[in-house]
Design a protein around this ligand. Structure first.
Ligand code: COA
Length: 374
């Protein structure tokens, strides 16, 4: 069995930013317009009026202050309330492949390896731009990489599940290296007209380069072990899919074709599931939580991360021990823990242990235990 390490990460961050205040202003204008246009139905009690959103609520409930998006103008237009992306010709790079390419180039640069050394590309994300051909194969082509590529989806846990798949293939010797890429255009599946969730997501793409330990010539993190778990729940769900036009409602606008969640239930059920998962992963390795120098958690909600950190470490973690990036990026689904890992891996000493953990719909939880090798 070969040993495996992460020798590079890359983050593509969209230039356009929406602050909470901008988001709330647009939502409130939409709500006022909706209430005016439906005033008779609302008065008769046939339609529920829409309440205003609030920046103070958003920050207090989530810790989010802004999000990056691929298209701001459509989302903030009260007549549109969704991103407006240009249709691209089939022979032009797709939008997800383009984001992925940027993140992959950054990850490879950090690892000091050329694209020709990449044996496998896994595009692991919550939503894929199309059904096929796989985005990973398009990225392989754009990058000039060899080997093979495939797409996978485990919602917010896609990155860590992808890292486990890549690690196992490198360990077994079927590949020498892999890029695990997480292009997340969460703005496409978010219902911007629903105040309960309109603030949750942002767009980004992350890439992680993994290779055999004996081929590395850059600072790296050795992967000690990975652990994945799933447990079925309908509390985070999106019913969009290829059967949509075959169903009675066809292509009409339907709420359940976007992200839906029972936020309170998710919070209550996922926090203990994740804390227990991390503690079990450490126990499998004969480790105590006190031996962890850093926790790079999924970035959905600040209070959620605070709870998990306290439960795992048995005390309130220092901000530097458990870095959050959600205040700037919002929830970027599978990419969140990798952004935290990529942006906050400094000030570690040789042999320090850290854990990347993502969790979400499924339910699903994946963890990657790493050792800094300098
Ligand atoms: N502005 C103002 N008020 C709002 C609001 C908004 N944008 N959205 C909801 N509210 C109101 C609600 O209507 C509710 O009012 P009520 O008490 O009169 O009924 C109140 O604020 C509390 O709403 P609630 O949804 O219970 O808030 P919360 O504290 O649970 O926070 C989440 C909501 C989504 C931030 C939180 O539940 C969460 O983070 N859950 C886990 C999310 C997660 O990790 N999901 C994974 C996604 S991949």
């Amino acid at each position: 069995m070969h040993k495996v390490a992460i020798s590079g990460t890359g983050v593509f961050t969209p230039e356009q930013i929406i602050t909470n205040d901008e988001l709330v202003k647009a939502f409130n204008a939409y709500a006022d317009k909706f209430n005016f246009e439906n005033r008779d139905l609302i008065e008769r009690g046939d339609v529920a009026s829409k309440d205003h959103s609030s920046s103070d609520f958003i920050f207090a409930a989530s810790g989010i202050t802004q999000r990056h998006v691929m298209n701001k103008s459509g989302i903030l237009n009260p007549d549109i309330m969704r991103p407006q992306l240009q249709k691209r010709a089939d022979d032009a790079p797709g939008i997800m492949a383009e984001m992925a390419l940027d993140a992959c180039i950054k990850a490879l640069k950090q690892s000091g390896k050329p694209a020709s050394d990449v044996d496998c590309i896994i595009v692991a994300a919550s939503n894929h731009e199309r059904a096929y051909p796989a985005i990973a194969i398009e990225v392989q082509n754009l990058l000039g990489a060899g080997g093979f590529g495939f797409d996978m989806n485990v919602a917010c846990s896609s990155a860590t599940f992808g890292i486990q798949a890549a690690t196992d293939m490198i360990k077994a010797g079927s590949i020498r290296s892999a890029l695990v890429v997480n292009p997340e255009i969460c703005s496409g599946h978010l219902e911007w007209r629903d105040r309960d969730c309109h603030f949750i997501f942002g767009d980004v793409c992350t890439a992680t380069f993994l290779e055999r330990l004996d081929t590395i010539n850059a600072p790296h993190f050795e992967i000690i072990s990975t652990k994945c778990a799933t447990q079925f729940s309908n509390n985070i769900r999106n019913n969009n899919g290829f059967l949509r036009r075959s169903l009675p409602a066809g292509l009409t606008d339907q709420r359940d074709m976007q992200f839906m969640q029972e936020g309170r239930k998710v919070f209550k059920q996922v926090v203990p599931m994740v804390s227990e998962h991390i503690l079990n992963h450490l126990a499998d390795e004969g480790l105590e939580a006190t031996e962890l120098k850093r926790l790079w958690l999924h970035q959905a909600n600040k209070a959620m991360n605070d709870f998990i950190g306290r439960k795992v470490l048995g005390r309130t973690p220092e901000a530097s021990e458990q870095p959050n990036i959600l205040q700037d990026y919002a929830n970027t689904s599978s990419a969140g823990s990798i952004i935290a890992f990529s942006h906050h891996s400094d000030n570690l000493n040789k042999d320090d242990l850290g854990l990347i953990c993502s969790f979400g719909a499924g339910y699903s939880v994946g963890s990657v235990l790493v050792k800094y090798a300098g």
